[in-house]
Design a protein around this ligand. Structure first.
Ligand SMILES: O=C(O)CCC(=O)C(=O)O
Ligand SMILES: [Fe+2]
Length: 239
């Protein structure tokens, strides 16, 4: 059920997404409104926070997101979409490693100034300072109701925290969203919103019934924490 077991490669791939400069946050992370689900509980039954965290506002401009989709479609028009990058639960995707403009924006701006602060603020009960976080895989996923993949079956990612950035508008497709088995809900994320979750939660891509949905998905680990998938094990095992 765990989709990613190729952990040794993460030591190499994390270098691709390492910020060259650590910019300060764009917003004070504590001021980012968010909706949360799935309370975490430690063994004494104490809840320290929630395992799913969704920004209540867009954290990126349309211009930045449109540039990601444009570069991705431009690249896919020559080399095609990949459907074999993830072994057990493959998405139709393009790696950010193949999108130079997007990669530069992602590693040097989006991660250090927006997403990492959002994650450490959402998961302060387990994640330390943003500088310890490392993305090990990041890719643009396309769901297409008429020609291509429409869903992703429930699975668990092999990182510590996963997040996705919605790259297009909810009106561009029907259905869709990130499905969480534990709450029996698909969270439909408006353009620019960031949806983060403990990677080990059982989740999937809810089927779209019309249109096209684009998201940027990334898997995050802690630099120097070797046992990634089980970091949240006590929290996710029944969910
Ligand atoms: O479509 C989604 O919202 C989920 C995608 C996902 O879980 C993944 O790519 O690992
Ligand atoms: Fe996933």
């Amino acid at each position: 059920m765990i989709s990613e077991r190729v952990i040794p490669q993460y030591m190499e791939t994390m270098k691709t997404f390492e910020p060259r400069v650590w910019k300060g946050p764009r917003f004070a992370a504590r001021n980012i409104a968010r909706t949360t689900w799935v309370p975490s509980c430690d063994l004494d039954g104490v809840n320290f926070g929630h395992l799913v965290s969704h920004s209540a506002k867009p954290l990126f401009d349309d211009r930045e997101l449109d540039a990601v989709v444009d570069e991705c479609e431009e690249r896919a028009s020559t080399t095609g979409w990949s459907t074999s990058r993830h072994l057990n639960y493959p998405t139709t995707d393009v790696s950010l490693a193949d999108l130079p403009r997007t990669l530069d924006w992602f590693r040097n701006d989006a991660l250090p100034s927006v997403v990492y602060p959002f994650l450490t603020d959402s998961y302060g009960f387990v994640l330390p300072d943003p500088r310890h976080l490392r993305v090990v895989d990041a890719f643009v996923v396309k769901y297409n109701a008429t020609n291509g993949q429409t869903r992703l079956e429930p699975h668990r990612d092999g990182s510590i925290v996963s997040f996705n950035i919605a790259l297009n508008d909810l009106r561009d497709y029907e259905g869709g969203g990130t499905w969480f088995e534990g709450i029996q809900t698909a969270i439909r994320s408006p353009k620019g919103h960031v949806l983060a979750h403990a990677s080990g939660l059982l989740h999937g891509g809810h089927p779209i019934t019309s249109g096209v949905r684009y998201i940027l998905v990334a898997f995050v680990i802690l630099r120097s924490y070797p046992n990634f998938a089980t970091r949240f094990y006590d929290h996710v095992r029944d969910r």
